[in-house]
Design a protein around this ligand. Sequence first.
Ligand code: GAL
Length: 847
Amino acid sequence: MKSLQILMAMLIISATSVFAADDAPRERLLMDFGWQFHLGDAPDAGAQFDYPEFARLDKNRPDDDAQEARNTPLRVDAAAVNLGKNVSFVQPDFDSASWRTLDLPHDWAVELPFDRHGDKDHGFKPIGANFPTNSIGWYRRTFELPAGDKGRALWIEFDGVYRNCLVWLNGVCLGRNVSGYGSFFYDISRTANFGGTNTLVVRVDASRFEGWFYEGAGIYRHVWLVKTGATHVAHWGTFVTTAVTNQDAEISAETTLRNDSESPVNAKIISEIVDADGKKVAQGESDSIALGKNSEQMLAQKINVANAKLWSLENPQLYKMISRVEVDGKLSDLYETPFGIRTIKWDVNQGFLLNDKHVFIKGTANHQDAAGVGIAVPDALNVWRLEQLKKIGDNAYRTAHGPATPELLDACDRLGILVFTEQRRLGHTLQSFGDLENLLRRDRNHPSIIAWGIANEEMSAQGKDEAAQTLAVPNQNLIHRLDPTRPATFAMNWDWGNGFSKVMDVQGFNYWFQSTHSKNRGHFLDMDEFHKAFPNTPGFGSEEASTVSTRGIYENDKTRGYLSAYDRNLPRGGDAQREWGSTAEAWMNYYAARPWLAGAFVWTGFDYRGEPTPYSWPCISSHFGILDTCGFPKDNFYFYQAWWTDEPVLHILPHWNWPGREGQEIEVWVHSNFEAVELFLNGQSLGKKDMPRLSHLEWRVKYEPGKLEARGYKNGKVAATTFVETTGASAKLVLTTDRKSINADGEDVAVINVSAVDAQGREVPTANNFVRFEITGAKIIGVGNGDPSCHEADKGSERSLFNGFAQVIVQSTKNSGMINLAAKSDGLQSAALTLPVKAVKLRAASQ
Ligand code: GAL
């Protein structure tokens, strides 16, 4: 029975040090290493495996929308607990020695070849309903549990599995999780084999899609084994909110205390607040409460922190609440909740305020896949990607279109990046509400999160009042109930003012350009009309731009699937082939003229697999990114950097290698934030131009090989120069790494780029040489080059350069030493790179 008891905590501030680490009775063990994997066969299971009952299960419990609409909860029922009883490979004694061994995170879709019959929006991989032989994956791994764990609370937690998975422990079905984006967990205290070996089996069914973009397949995020005392902080059991007055902060902590033991207990919580340096700054202690067996209670505490250091973009100060659970004076759990102290406000006229200061949201929306690895992105690579975005001046991240991996949110907390996160699918079933609740309970302590999205572009529902009541309001209410501190929003393309618009806390606008159609269409408001008609609803661009461009390309080429990198190309779609996006320049100017708009999220920061709009095969990746799939900047990177940062920016496009175009006019652009720019070709001035704000400069230049130079003026004087230069042919490869060393933990990665230079050492911007990599001391987990039409394998150790660059993602093993990486290409001088791998303390892992 769940009851609620609010206890005001006694405030104690003491100078004693924080709890000793060896007090900690909670263990959180990584389960990523040592899995075995086998691709299943859906239509003819018997041919490979003895499991006709799965076909029945899938038939009886489909996870499609029709089923959801009938409000049928998707749960494993009593009968399903026996599910797999007759299936040998679900059983502990199954011999899976012949299965492939791998470590998580894993995406098997990215390992498949490209196939023109695959789904375009999912990146032309042979996976999904039409490819049943590729769409079911089985994972097995064993782990040991000491006899002493009996009586403790134990669960296995999955950060994300794409998708529709069934999980067994020791032959017993623990449950089923449908959505490929959320975290979920299973209590194993009653199924575990204490003092022996345990066998965990996961069947992953990726035969249905959830989105219209590359979604991958497999256990693509971390898996954890959590152990703690039987009386403990419940799973995702804390919620910390903060109120700031002058220098001080009042911390409100709600902690759900759970007793999984078979007898009643007297328990209390002592909550320490620790600052970023690990110094205790405050403490609150609850009264002792009687907790019945198998029950939980929420305890509310208020703790004051004097001279609070606020979490901000410039100085993302984090605190930790360490909750010590004591049963009859003995420590039973020690649970950490990182949080930040800050205020947020969405204002209808001023936009967004952080700590009462206006912040223009300079955001990017991003899908989760990356070159080489698909959706199985190691934590270090996620951090690296965020760092690339920060270089543009990006201060906000939209986790399109679903819950992010928790480590990405941790990184945003640490790096000072605002986050707009959203659920994957809007619904009004137990399942969809459950998914939303999980998202909030898991993520609501992150200071970086500033809004919850109920959905993205629900075309058939968003404009209807009835759907607003049956879908938007219940989802928003759930958000309010679980988190009264942040607004709910909806990313809406047109229909503004109708349906969902009338009920949401904050209006998300997908594409201001839709405004230009509203006058003709008549049935929805444009953004200015909306602002007048809804004087209490703040607004922001939940998606903007969708400008399409290919790195290093300066002419559209439909056959090869490339788009020029001038800020010019818009996507087209729908029956009328209407445009919806806009150039970077157009949306930035539109928003600059409307201070009531809180800012916007550019669609997208990085190119992603799938949605090769406006093209199709052979194009397999999107073109929307400011950076390509590898994180190599396209030219618009410098436009955003010029207007989103205070750094001096001076960038010329295109490159200056145009053999055969001598005497012809080439369109030259400069992205800059200097007050004026002068262009020179081989020393001859081509004119000085004033730099208009939020714009670029253009010259038409008759091509002659040589040096094209730009000089940036500040206070009337030349303050910076840059140039592009005609190069010779590729002569030599060059390897560069983002890191000076990596950690020998089997998880860390180095992002290593390869380029080609000519005989004089100048980067060749058009080089397309085929490169082979050889490595010792680490492993290559993926290669890429950002070419949206390249069908070379992501896995392997070879890749062509695309317009000068390719990338190899190198991951450490648990052995320290030295990585030796060589890059070789026929006819070119090879490159070699060494990178130390340092011994580190490993994260606690389950064996
Ligand atoms: C939006 C949609 C995104 C993506 C984008 C491409 O309408 O929300 O997921 O498809 O278009 O421009």
